[in-house]
Design a protein around this ligand. Structure first.
Ligand code: PMV
Length: 329
């Protein structure tokens, strides 16, 4: 017998970053974070439980994946198998929908979609908040992709896995946009997991990061409640820069920035100085994300075209939360 579940999840970009784990095994973060879900990037995943299978089989964008990639997915599905008291193996078909040449495949949308599809296939009926704690175990940032708009991920208490979940903050149904400047879409040398660990273990700047991330979060939630775009942008830029600062203090120091990342940051600063509010944030890679008013996005894109090709610039609106799909969609 085959039972299936299909789910779509959009990726998210953190405006208050998650950087550092207090539990590696449970993916429990040191600080709470807040993100914007994006419309332009999403993953569709189908989980087909098949009692004839002896192992899980994982296809990504139509290509059969190797042992390492499949083992990660299997460990994740084991969480659902345990809850469902099932030992049935699955075929997983996952498609990343990313605008051409952007190559920004995201573990956030991937694990949120997989969690949603597994929830359906195993018939667990977990609510979204609980499901966000499952998604977290695949990739921390996936916790936040359960919901659309602005989303907060509560760090939770102690070692309690169930207390570290996402909640929706605001649907972002106002004049908000994000521009992705794809600087380099190759695989990064230092994974976010490795980078976080080195920073937590060795950077003297890390304690300051944790304390200020909490105050940044409170101030950002207030800015969102007041729809104060300038304040939202200022906190976004300052919080992201602080996260990258912690890495310069690590031993050995490291950075995800490339020359073109700095070129993009300088261009955005210049556009802002000329009167259009726009703010930069970056994650564990060289690509630059720009928070702006959606109504300004075409104008900003025009300006960026003096430095980057049109394939490198992707404009997105805020996106929705996870959606269960039927076979026909
Ligand atoms: O959960 P991961 O491994 O995708 O780590 C995410 C880390 C950052 O992107 C740098 C910050 C964030 O909150 O998304």
């Amino acid at each position: 017998m085959i039972t299936t579940g299909i789910c779509r999840a959009h990726t998210n970009i953190a405006l208050i970053k998650y950087w550092g784990k207090r539990s590696e095994a449970l993916f429990l973060p040191m600080n709470s974070s807040l993100s914007l879900t994006l419309d332009a990037f999403y993953t569709d995943t189908k989980v087909s439980l098949d009692d004839r299978l002896t192992d899980d089989v994982f296809y990504l964008n139509g290509r059969l994946q190797g042992a390492k990639e499949t083992a990660k997915i299997s460990r994740f599905l084991d969480l659902f198998r345990r809850t469902a008291a099932s030992s049935t193996r699955a075929r997983i078909d996952s498609y990343n929908h990313v605008p051409t040449a952007a190559g920004l495949a995201s573990s956030a949308s991937a694990f949120a979609a997989l969690a949603g599809a597994a929830n359906e296939a195993f018939g667990l009926r977990l609510d979204k908040q609980t499901l966000s704690t499952y998604a977290r175990r695949g990739s921390g940032s996936a916790t936040r992709s359960l919901y659309g708009g602005f989303v907060e991920w509560h760090k939770g208490q102690d070692e309690q896995s169930g207390s570290s979940y996402a909640i929706p903050v605001d649907d972002a149904d106002w004049d908000i946009g994000m521009i992705i400047i794809a600087v380099n879409t190759g695989k990064k040398a230092i994974s976010s997991r490795e980078g976080m660990k080195r920073t937590v273990d060795t950077s003297p700047f890390y304690p300051a990061w944790v304390t200020t991330a909490e105050t940044d979060l409170q101030q950002m939630k207030q800015a969102i409640a007041e729809r104060d775009f300038t304040r939202l942008g200022e906190i976004t830029e300052s919080n992201g820069m602080k996260m990258h600062g912690t890495m310069l203090g690590a031993v050995p120091p490291f950075s995800y920035w490339e020359p073109d990342s700095i070129r993009a940051i300088q261009k955005i600063t210049q556009i802002r100085c000329n009167g259009t509010p726009c703010y930069v944030t970056m994650d564990a890679g060289p690509n630059v994300k720009v928070l702006c008013r959606y109504s300004d996005s075409e104008r900003i894109k025009e300006e960026l075209l003096t430095e980057f090709s049109s394939q490198q610039i992707i404009v997105s609106r805020p996106g929705p939360g996870i959606k269960v799909l039927s076979e026909a969609e």
